[in-house]
Design a protein around this ligand. Structure first.
Ligand code: ATP
Ligand code: MG
Length: 269
């Protein structure tokens, strides 16, 4: 097990993430229009939906990379939308992985993991290095510790980015399309690491277009459109038997893009 301080658990009866009446506008563009969502401790929730539906904005509101316009977000029972919240403490509880890996190019892989631990958590050098190497081993990259990011494939860089987040000992991991910048043959290794985390009981919110991942790994799938949750439920049900026309339309396009572009029977000659 990694040598890191375990994050405190939320109070009994509370979910790890609680989102209540969340609204977010950019100028007069209302991007989130009243989101209510709970993610229980150890639960994996996949968020799907068309481009521009507000998926990234939702994740970014959970760790306050965006400030909500209205509504409340609780993480581990602490209201992060409270003006007096210790935002650094909240962010320490939440690991985030983006489409772009954002590794420091001029330092080695292991230093990419030690620097944030030292700066944000104040860990001593030897402690940070030990945690870094443990987490690199966890994502299958122990032997790349002393390489530079540019010497790694995109999939390996993304696994380093995951290890960097894990080294901070988060209680929650947020993933925003972690595989969509990768060549198809590199996607599997990243998804395998995410599967491992899910199996270990990590609480996860994952924005993804990987429907087979959502189906196999997610406890719940949430479909968003135009800033609202249109449909949510067990992954197999939402992906396999969607109730709403908009969800069906979206899934058809994702699962079979070529067929979705064909004219429907009503349009054919
Ligand atoms: N910082 C910002 N300033 C202004 N508008 C923004 C900002 N961030 C996002 N938006 C707008 O909010 C809407 C939702 O964006 P968001 O990135 O959350 O969508 P998304 O569902 O993640 O889409 P994609 O699948 O393309 O990543 C979009 O119309 C986008 O242009
Ligand atoms: Mg997005």
């Amino acid at each position: 097990m990694p040598t890191s301080t375990p994050a405190p658990v939320p109070a009994p009866g509370r979910s790890e993430i609680e989102i209540r009446g969340l609204h977010k506008s950019f100028g007069d563009h209302e991007v989130l229009r009243g989101i209510d969502l709970d993610v229980a401790t150890g639960e994996v929730v996949c968020v799907i939906g068309p481009s521009g539906s507000g998926k990234s904005t939702l994740l970014r509101c959970v760790n306050l990379l965006e400030e909500p316009t209205r509504g409340q977000v609780f993480v581990g029972g602490t209201e992060v939308t409270d003006l007096d919240v210790d935002i650094d403490a909240v962010r320490r509880r939440i690991g985030m992985v983006f489409q772009q890996f954002n590794l420091f190019p001029h330092v080695t892989v292991v230093e990419n993991l030690t620097l944030p631990q030292r700066r944000v958590l104040g860990r001593a050098k030897a402690h940070a290095a030990r945690v870094a190497r443990e987490n690199l081993a966890r994502v299958g990259l122990a032997e790349k510790a002393d390489a530079y990011p540019a010497q790694l494939s995109g999939g390996q860089q993304q696994r380093v980015a995951i290890a960097r987040a894990l080294a901070m000992g988060p209680a929650v991991m947020l993933f925003d399309e972690p595989t969509s910048a990768l060549d198809p043959e590199l996607v599997g290794d990243v998804l395998a690491v995410m599967r491992m985390l899910a199996a270990e009981g990590m609480t996860m919110m994952v924005v993804t277009h990987e429907m087979s991942f959502a189906r196999e790994v997610a406890d719940r799938v949430v479909f968003m459109d135009e800033g609202r949750i249109v449909e949510e439920g067990p992954a197999a049900r939402v992906v396999g038997d969607p109730r709403h026309e908009r969800t069906r339309h979206f899934l058809n396009r994702i699962l079979d893009p070529a067929a979705a572009e064909q004219p429907g029977p009503e349009k054919s000659l």
